[in-house]
Design a protein around this ligand. Structure first.
Ligand SMILES: [Fe+2]
Length: 189
């Protein structure tokens, strides 16, 4: 289950209907999907086969042409370098669509003058629309496994805003907070 936070308002939402309605109002799709299709040890191919109906339906909904499984854990080579690509505020030319199979991470969205953080975990499907300003990082266990959809893999390139807003928000997870190199310096957008 996701946890939605509005850090400027010190407001937290952790009930599914409220999360859905708050995110829908912001133009963000959020759904809860079943996790019982595959075991934790399933290969990427087994995951893609088990969720083929959902994958195809999502392709129809969003015009996506391909899907894959990303699997990140503390043993992933160059993990910090990889994460550093996405924990700075950026946009993409296509949607960022994820169905989380395992692990936890936080999306921060910068919508107008509002910052919203969405901590996602297993069973959460989130669709960040193209052009939405956001950044992402993992929780303390540095683990995430997710199905991703692409309209064009070449389009999923971060365009950095360089705003530095990401420096002002501590990624606070429901579990032990990730205490990475960034520290809270006060909220400013
Ligand atoms: Fe992104």
């Amino acid at each position: 289950m996701a946890v939605l936070r509005f850090p400027q308002e010190d407001r937290k939402i952790d009930s599914e209907p409220a999360i859905c309605s708050e995110l829908a109002a912001l133009g963000i799709d959020y759904e809860r999907w079943s996790l019982d299709r595959v075991g934790e040890d399933a290969s990427a191919d087994e995951v893609l086969a088990a969720y083929s109906d959902e994958i195809e339906e999502m392709k129809r909904r969003g015009g996506y042409v391909t899907a894959d499984v990303i699997d990140v854990n503390p043993a992933t080579p160059n993990l910090e370098t990889m994460l550093a690509k996405f924990d700075k505020e950026h946009t993409h030319d296509e949607d960022e669509v994820r169905f989380i199979l395992a692990g936890r991470g936080i999306f921060f969205l910068h919508l107008g003058d509002k910052i919203v953080s969405i901590e996602v975990g297993a069973g959460d499907m989130l669709r960040v629309p193209r052009g939405a300003t956001h950044w992402f990082t993992l929780c303390e266990d540095r683990r995430i496994r997710a199905i991703r959809w692409f309209q064009d893999t070449a389009g999923w390139t971060p365009h950095y805003t360089g705003s530095g807003v990401d420096q002002s928000f501590q990624p606070l997870c429901f579990g032990p907070a990730y205490l990475g190199p960034r520290v809270a310096t006060g909220i400013r957008v």
